[in-house]
Design a protein around this ligand. Structure first.
Ligand SMILES: [Zn+2]
Length: 396
């Protein structure tokens, strides 16, 4: 698989239990003892606190695509560097092409160099188990093969014990609907991946795979581990967003033109069908709309204001006759409202920018999100990635 190919493994929604305080609990007495014993080798006997030149330690994890996982761990305080590479295989110095066959036995891994005085191994384990699905054997999403296996390569016996204990704890707590299949194996060797794989997300933020898969992982990390992120100490949670952040949000929302969306003459701007659907919360006919069976690559925007809502990569064939997506480009662009009309309780979705009615969201979607954004074609405009052609729904 080449770097430019778009891998469609998607972010895995983890059980809410992982968000709870359970995992943030202080290490148990014996864990603390082990940690103290482990760092005793680097601290002098009469100086129990970690010295300024504390020895850095290494952690090696495999959790599917290393592009995404690398970007996640690089955000953490105490993490000095993260390198993408290969571990656990039979040959020395494997190439990406060789490991992609799955025949060499290597896993795509990241090797983390961290300061244990700032971030502990159990904390790294916590992030590791949170940002991927450890219950699918040799698979992350549709990326299949032993190279995508979930694995902790321990560097010493203390890491092995901590990983085994943590895994058992998660299983015992029923943190996942299925048993954890993460392999816990002795670290033998790490082979750095080719240069173009390093810092892939930072170098390729526009890459469709990363936009869909890495950004949600980072967003999740920011939500769940805010206090552990680099720069967290400087951030003041009560501060208003910076001017830069505001500008970014505005351009992301397509609101650069400063339109007052409440006072637009929608009847003039839209076709009657687009108006009926988006401005009066109407529903178009199934199967007789522009995009329900559109399989072209491209982006779906709000027909009213132009905000990018979905990519063709998040689209699937639900059979319901309306365009269906399991994943939005950014959930913040879509507002959810309880809808009790027609004697049903449903969740309506609207454009967060211009308040256009889009459709409804259901929880019967496919893995990995389990949701279905059931859209009206009349609420969207499709930009074909190949031809550049733009097609508006709601013409039929
Ligand atoms: Zn809109």
């Amino acid at each position: 698989m080449s770097a430019s190919s778009i891998r469609t493994v998607a972010f895995v929604t983890l059980p809410l239990i992982l968000l709870g305080g359970y995992l943030m609990a202080a290490p148990s007495a014996d864990e603390t003892a082990q940690t103290a014993a482990g760092s005793a080798t680097t601290a002098s006997a009469d100086q129990p606190t970690a010295p300024a030149d504390a020895k850095l330690e290494k952690a090696t994890f495999g959790a599917g695509c290393f592009w995404c996982i690398e970007a996640v761990f690089e955000q953490l305080k105490g993490v000095k560097s993260v390198e993408s590479g290969y571990s656990g295989g039979r040959s020395a110095n494997p190439t990406y092409e060789a490991i992609c066959t799955g025949a060499t036995g290597h896993a795509e891994v990241i090797q983390i160099t961290y300061d244990p005085a700032v971030i502990t191994y159990p904390e790294l384990l916590e992030v590791f188990w949170k940002v991927h699905d450890p219950t699918t054997l040799n698979r992350q999403g549709p990326d299949t093969g032993t190279q995508y296996r979930s694995v902790v390569f321990y560097h010493d016996d203390q890491q092995r014990q901590l990983a085994e204990k943590y895994k058992a704890k998660l299983d015992a707590a029923g943190a996942y609907p299925d048993p954890i299949v993460t392999e816990i194996a002795k670290f033998e060797a790490f082979y750095p991946a080719e240069d173009y794989h390093q810092d892939y997300f930072a170098k390729n933020p526009g890459n469709a795979y990363c936009r869909i898969n890495t950004q949600p992982k980072l967003d999740k990390l920011k939500q769940a581990f805010a206090d552990k992120l680099k720069g967290a100490a400087d951030a003041k949670p009560t501060d208003a967003p910076s001017a830069e952040a505001k500008t970014k949000a505005a351009s992301a929302a397509g609101a650069g033109a400063k339109v007052d969306w409440k006072n637009v003459d929608w009847k003039k701007r839209l076709t009657p069908e687009q108006y009926r659907v988006t401005r009066t919360a109407g529903t178009e006919a199934p199967f007789r709309n522009e995009f329900f069976n559109n399989h072209a690559d491209g982006t779906y925007t709000c027909v009213c204001c132009g905000v990018e809502l979905f990519s063709s990569e998040g689209k699937y064939d639900s059979g319901c006759g309306w365009p269906s997506f399991y994943q939005a480009l950014d959930d913040k662009r879509i507002r959810q409202i309880e809808d009790r009309s027609h004697g049903m309780v449903r969740t309506e979705i609207r454009c967060a920018n211009c308040d256009a009615h889009l459709g409804h969201i259901f929880d019967d979607g496919p893995e990995p999100t389990g949701v279905r954004y059931c859209m009206n074609s009349a609420s969207m405009k499709f930009k074909d990635a190949k031809t550049g052609e733009e097609i508006e729904g709601g013409q039929k």
